[in-house]
Design a protein around this ligand. Structure first.
Ligand SMILES: [Zn+2]
Length: 582
């Protein structure tokens, strides 16, 4: 547009570089009003608190979650004295007396479940003859022994056809119809409960592996997830429909889940959680170590030269002792126990701390895993062997049930994980998977003398325990972080929209606000059109003021064409054309 010779040097291929490289930007309005600002900034603050505070810091949404995989091992035992291994020589069992078990005939206490029966102690091998090979373990709670007689042998006389191979002998004294009869085929005690099954111990051990994070449960501190809403209170009987209802509705929310540390077995040092250390976890410590290392060398150098360094010396000892605190923590446990033992040996009180510890009957971690009693698992799942009923009115002890035990692994913690604190921990979560019957039937190993004329088979009802590894590990993901920040920006735009909307349409200053925000054009149909450049001009102007687009209205001369006489002010373009042609 410029015709000065100097401008020619700023041209490329005949185009003005100032135009080719012109920059476009938006024009914004600065409104000097504290209320508009307060509204906008409080909305932005809410967005930041939600995205940065809640989503990123508390919920760790900027970590990519990957499911944990692993293998499991189950071990079980009947109650033993001092939790000894039942397969070890000299290990003695620690069953409760039948007089203390409300479901046994011999019970002498005040409780009445109405479903008493004969009780028998089962030893480890007779209970689960096959042993534990899978991640499932079946612990019988009630056993019915069926005596069966051979019905007939296929031969020419019965046309090689039998109604039944075996016929079950008639029973009497039955708990439910023809089932669970205590007398069958002339023999007594053909149905019995497994005595003290609630105190059977199960040890859970699991390994985990996901993308380089691997190990086993023994290396980590163990927790048990306790949900107060699930644990039942009182001795109320639960019917099948109530059980179905609570299975459907009693979901434990994350906020309700309490993690309780599983104590270590008496005298055992089990893994402890390392505390958050901003220097070590965030990686600043690596730089710090280099720094102290350098100071060490300088100090040695100075000592060599014979300088007096009493102060820095003390400082460095302090730093070192702090760094080695982690190593010492493991030893504190054993010291504590040793201390307690010596106090009791000192004669102040005669109590044996070991007996006290074993008397508590809670879950514990030992050198090989985490041990729970069946009673505790049922309690955590909100189930009860004597108070729960199935649709036929059988108690869970008679009909059986299934428990799902999950070792939930996790490495994310609110706030701390963002600063690099990601040690692995796990907790146990126990759910009851309600099934009307859980049982298995098998032909007994010991058979009567006249076998196969008559035979004995066993139906065992019991608790099926399914143990699996669950949970997820979080891995920092820059893509997820960007996604979070993008969401923050999108919500900030919403804050602008809300502020604009409020002050444009609701507030008392809406007209001020509107005119600051919008530039209003004249009504185009009331303008007159220049015949030369088609620019629309105001009726009050008699000369065209048209300036081509992308030109400055101050430095570019206006078109200047006179207003055509035939076209009157306010004339519409179509009318103007019509009058021009006539
Ligand atoms: Zn014009």
């Amino acid at each position: 547009m410029q015709n000065t010779p100097l401008a020619k040097t700023n041209e490329i291929l005949g185009m003005d570089t100032d135009e080719v490289l012109g920059y476009t930007t938006s024009k914004v309005v600065w409104i000097r009003d504290r209320w508009v600002g307060a509204c906008y900034y409080s909305l932005v603050l809410m967005v930041l608190i939600y995205i940065i505070g809640i989503q990123v810091l508390c919920r760790n949404e900027h970590f990519e979650l990957k499911d944990v995989r692993g293998l499991t091992r189950l071990w079980y035992s009947y109650p033993t004295l001092s939790n000894c291994d039942p397969l070890k020589e000299g290990c003695r069992s620690d069953y409760k007396s039948l007089t203390e078990l409300p479901y046994c005939d011999q019970y002498t206490g005040p409780l009445d479940t109405g479903e008493r029966g004969h009780c028998a102690y089962e030893s480890k091998l007779s209970m689960v003859p096959g042993g534990v090979v899978d991640n499932r373990l079946f612990i019988p709670t009630a056993v019915e022994i069926l005596t069966e007689m051979q019905d007939c042998t296929p031969s020419a006389s019965n046309n090689y056809q039998c109604g039944n191979e075996y016929i079950i002998a008639n029973g009497s004294d039955c708990l439910h119809g023809n089932y669970q009869c205590s007398t069958r085929g002339g023999k007594k005690n053909q149905f019995f409960y497994v005595a003290d099954v609630k105190n059977y111990k199960i040890r859970f051990t699991s390994s985990f592996d996901r993308d380089g994070i691997r190990g086993n449960s023994l290396m980590l501190p163990a927790y048990v997830g306790v949900c107060d809403a699930t644990i039942r209170k009182g001795n109320k009987i639960k019917t099948w429909s109530e059980r179905k209802f609570s299975t459907k509705n009693a979901k434990c929310k994350d906020s309700e889940l309490k993690l309780e540390k599983i104590p270590c077995e008496f005298g055992v040092d089990c893994a402890e959680m390392h505390k958050f250390d901003i220097l070590e976890d965030s990686g600043i410590g690596v730089a710090g170590k280099e720094f102290t290392h350098r100071i060490d060398r300088i100090r040695e150098e100075l000592v060599r030269r014979g300088k007096n360094l009493s102060d820095p010396d003390a400082m460095l000892t302090e730093i070192r002792s702090k760094r080695h605190r982690g190593l010492r923590r493991g030893r504190e446990v054993s010291k504590r126990w040793a201390g307690r033992a010596s106090i009791s040996a000192g004669g102040g009180h005669k109590e044996d701390p070991a007996a006290e510890w074993y008397g508590a009957k809670k879950e514990y971690s030992d050198n090989w895993g985490d041990v729970f009693t069946i009673g505790r698992l049922l309690q955590l799942a909100g189930a009860d062997l004597d108070l729960d009923r199935n649709m036929d009115g059988w108690t869970t002890r008679q009909a059986g049930t299934a428990l799902e035990v999950i070792a939930v692994y996790n490495n994310l913690y609110p706030i701390l994980s963002t600063f690099g604190y990601t040690p692995v921990q796990y907790h146990y979560q126990v759910n009851e998977l309600i099934l009307p019957y859980v049982s298995r039937a098998q032909v007994s190993r010991a058979q009567p003398h006249d076998y196969p004329k008559s035979r004995i088979s066993e139906v065992q009802y019991g608790v099926m325990i399914h143990f699996k590894v669950g949970g997820s590990f979080g891995f920092f993901s820059i893509v997820y972080l960007i996604l979070m920040l993008t969401a923050a920006f999108a919500l900030t735009a919403t804050a602008t929209t809300i502020t604009d909307g409020f002050f444009l349409y609701v507030s008392g200053q809406r007209d001020n606000f509107f005119h600051l925000k919008y530039e209003v054009s004249p009504d185009f149909s009331e303008l007159w059109e220049c015949q030369t450049c088609n620019f629309m001009n105001l009726p009050e102007h008699d000369e065209c003021r048209g300036v081509p687009k992308f030109s400055c209205p101050r430095t570019t001369p206006a078109c200047g064409a006179a207003r055509s006489k035939e076209v009157e002010g306010g004339g519409k373009p179509e009318e103007a054309e019509a009058s021009a042609s006539s």
